[in-house]
Design a protein around this ligand. Structure first.
Ligand SMILES: NC(=O)c1ccc[n+]([C@@H]2O[C@H](COP(=O)([O-])OP(=O)(O)OC[C@H]3O[C@@H](n4cnc5c(N)ncnc54)[C@H](O)[C@@H]3O)[C@@H](O)[C@H]2O)c1
Length: 318
């Protein structure tokens, strides 16, 4: 593939963009504000390097990925879009629904693609579960939940919901095929005065579909569990286990003569392709530099930010 991509921000996560794009043969530039860090990266990846975005915008790159700290997403993405180039912005898209909506409109006006780094939407297990849901095997969707629990990484500027939940919101919206309509959220803080460590958020979707997201960085073990419950069957997946199995539970409650009866058949393990989500995400972005983005597009990124904002409001209200 001959598309030339420039990565903005070569920190902890940005270096994964850099490495993956290099492996794909599409890495052509790196913008890293820290000159020392930039030089280290250029020793490993011999591409064009810049300390300022403006220098890179003068070159002929086909697209940009943005992995700078979240408070800078808006201004960096805006400059790229205004220069007429397509961009993949890391999650969360921006820190407010207002600025996210502005980026969506700006991208449409400038005829460029805007994608958000909701990498789980490119996880082969998530794709497989979506396939199972869409095939009707689970029947009508009833309830979904996502637990993202671990000890650390504790942030000092953003709460655990902003830090962990963008992925969960994006996955639940993707599974349901619609953004949530109502949000209720509660948070608890222990470690710092103004930063919530544990939050539990309930989301109501159309057609009586409900969900919750439970996130914590103050938890004795790692769990990244997703459960989907339907009228005919149920599915679970935990990305934190060694096996990373998708389990299909042939279980449901039937009513016989008005009495609820448990139906339980053997549980099946569902196989799925082994692929790197970030590689799939970046390949998708490159393939859609000039085509409409359908997965993790700007509009779905905006819906995620709306939920983050609404949940934050509810958490603060107590
Ligand atoms: N999709 C995911 O799973 C995932 C995982 C981790 C982080 N992230 C996101 O990636 C982003 C970066 O996170 P991180 O952990 O790598 O942060 P980081 O602080 O490790 O790295 C940010 C880098 O950006 C550089 N930088 C800052 N301002 C810049 C500018 N104007 N131009 C160029 N470079 C600049 C910094 O020098 C630093 O090297 C965040 O938005 C975070 O939410 C996404």
């Amino acid at each position: 593939m001959d598309k030339k991509i420039c990565v903005i921000g070569g920190g902890k996560w940005g270096q994964n963009h850099i490495k993956t794009l290099y492996q794909l043969g599409n890495l052509s530039g790196i913008v890293e504000a820290n000159a020392e860090r930039l030089n280290e990266l250029l020793k490993i990846y011999p591409v064009e390097g810049f300390t300022e975005l403006e220098q890179a915008l003068e070159r002929d790159f086909d697209g940009f990925t943005v992995a700078v700290p979240a408070p800078l997403h808006y201004e960096v993405a805006k400059k790229i879009i205004e220069s007429g180039k397509s961009v993949l912005v890391e999650k969360p898209m921006t820190l407010s629904a207002e600025t996210s909506a502005e980026l969506v409109q700006l991208a449409e006006k400038n005829g460029v693609q805007l994608m958000v780094g909701h990498v789980l939407l490119f996880h082969p297990a998530i794709r497989k579960i979506k396939e199972i849901i869409d095939s009707g095997e689970l029947g009508n969707l009833y309830y979904l939940y996502s637990n993202r629990l671990n000890l650390g990484t504790v942030r000092t500027e953003e709460n655990v919901f902003w830090s962990f939940a963008p992925h969960d919101i994006s996955v639940l919206d993707y599974f349901v095929g619609h953004p949530a309509e109502k949000i209720v959220s509660k948070g608890s803080k222990f470690l710092q005065e103004n930063v919530y460590d544990v939050t539990i958020t309930q989301l109501d979707y159309p057609n009586n579909v409900h969900a919750h997201i439970f996130v914590s960085w103050l938890h004795p073990f790692k769990e990244q569990r997703l459960v989907v419950i339907g009228s005919k069957g149920m599915v679970s997946f935990d990305d934190a286990t060694a096996e990373k199995e998708i389990k299909f539970y042939d279980k449901r409650i039937d009513f016989e003569k008005g009495i609820p009866v448990k139906v339980e058949n053997p549980t099946k393990i569902i196989s799925y392709e082994q692929k790197q989500p970030l590689t799939e995400e970046l390949k998708y972005f490159i393939e859609h530099l000039d085509k409409k983005i359908e997965i993790a597009d700007g509009r779905s990124g905006l819906e995620v930010v709306k939920v983050l904002e609404e949940a934050e409001k509810k958490i603060q209200e107590g």
